[in-house]
Design a protein around this ligand. Structure first.
Ligand code: ATP
Length: 259
C-alpha cells in the first residue's frame, strides 16, 4: 500500500445535542476498498456526508490527496475527484438511463452559453467527448440493453447500477458508495459486487463503501472501520475487525442484520 489518499483527522459532528461523530480518525490508502460499517445510527452516513461536503464537521479536518476538503461545497469536492452514490436511489425520473448517466458529466460542462454560441464546433467536440465517456461506462457496467428506458421502470438493482454509472462518469479517483446493495436480492447483490470490483480495477479507484451485508464486507473490503454510537470501535482487516468482541456485542445490541 502507498500514501493515504484520504485522511480524516479527529472528525466531530454534532446535531443539536446529538454527538454523531466523536473524534473519528481514519486513513484510506490509494487503491483499497475500505468498508464503513456499524449498527443503525452509528454515524456512517454522517461521516460520508462530511467527506463529500454535505455536512461540515465542527472539529477536525479531512484531506484528499493531501489537500484539505472539509468546508468545500459538494460540487467542488466532486470536481476534486470524489464521486458518491446515495443510500436511497436519487435518479432523475422521467429521464432515460442514458440521460441520467450523462448528468454525471456536469462537473466538466462549460456553463458559458456564449462559448457555445460563438464556438459551436468546440461545443460539439465537447459533447462528443462526454458521450464517449458515457459509452465507456455503459459498456463497463453492461447497461446497454436499458440505455433508452426511463429510469423509473427498470428494477431497483439496475437503478442502483445507473447511479454507480453516473458517479463513474465524473471520472473520480475515489468512489464513495452509501449502501449500494440496499434492497437487492442475492443475484442483484452478486452483480453489484462484480461491477464495483470491475470498476475499481479498470479505473484504478479507491473505494469507501457503507455496507450492511456483512458477507459483502468480508468478501470485498481490504479493511474496515467499525462505528458504534459515533465512536470508532474497531479498524483493520475485515474478518479480524468483524470478529472483535466489541463489534459483535454492538451488532447484537443494535440488532443489525448480518446477511
Ligand atoms: N440531519 C440530521 N439531523 C439530526 N440528527 C441527525 C442528522 N443526520 C444524522 N443524525 C443523527 O446522527 C446519528 C448518526 O446518524 P447516521 O445517519 O450517520 O447513522 P448511520 O450509521 O448512517 O445509520 P443507518 O445505518 O441507519 O443509515 C443518529 O443519531 C442520527 O439520528
Amino acid at each position: 500500500m502507498s500514501e493515504p489518499v484520504l485522511q480524516c483527522e479527529n472528525i466531530n459532528r454534532f446535531f443539536g445535542g446529538i454527538h454523531a461523530l466523536k473524534g473519528i480518525s481514519a486513513e484510506i490508502q490509494q487503491g483499497e476498498i475500505f468498508g464503513l460499517v456499524g449498527p443503525n445510527g452509528s454515524g456512517k452516513t454522517t461521516l460520508v456526508n462530511c467527506i463529500t461536503g454535505f455536512y461540515a464537521p465542527q472539529r477536525g479536518q479531512i484531506l484528499f490527496e493531501g489537500k484539505q476538503i472539509n468546508g468545500m461545497r459538494p460540487h467542488r469536492i466532486a470536481a476534486n475527484g470524489i464521486a458518491r452514490t446515495f443510500q436511497n436511489v436519487a435518479l432523475f425520473k422521467g429521464m432515460s438511463v442514458l440521460e441520467n448517466i450523462l448528468m454525471g458529466r456536469h462537473i466538466f460542462m462549460n456553463p458559458n452559453p456564449l462559448a457555445a454560441l460563438f464556438y459551436p464546433f468546440w461545443a460539439a467536440k465537447e459533447e462528443v467527448a462526454h458521450r464517449r465517456k458515457v459509452e465507456q461506462i455503459i459498456d463497463l457496467l453492461q447497461l446497454e440493453s436499458v440505455r433508452d428506458e426511463h429510469v423509473e421502470v427498470i428494477p431497483l438493482g439496475l437503478q442502483k447500477r445507473v447511479e454507480l454509472a453516473r458517479a463513474l462518469c465524473a471520472e473520480p479517483r475515489m468512489l464513495v458508495l452509501d449502501e449500494p446493495m440496499a434492497g437487492m436480492n442475492q443475484e442483484e447483490k452478486e452483480y453489484m459486487v462484480r461491477f464495483i470490483l470491475d470498476a475499481q480495477e479498470e479505473l484504478n479507484l479507491s473505494v469507501l463503501i457503507i455496507e450492511h451485508h456483512l458477507d459483502v464486507v468480508t468478501s470485498i473490503c481490504d479493511r474496515v472501520l467499525v462505528l458504534n454510537d459515533g465512536n470508532k470501535i474497531a479498524e483493520g482487516p475485515a474478518r479480524t475487525a468483524m470478529s472483535d468482541p466489541e463489534v459483535v456485542a454492538a451488532y447484537i445490541g443494535g440488532q443489525a442484520h448480518a446477511a
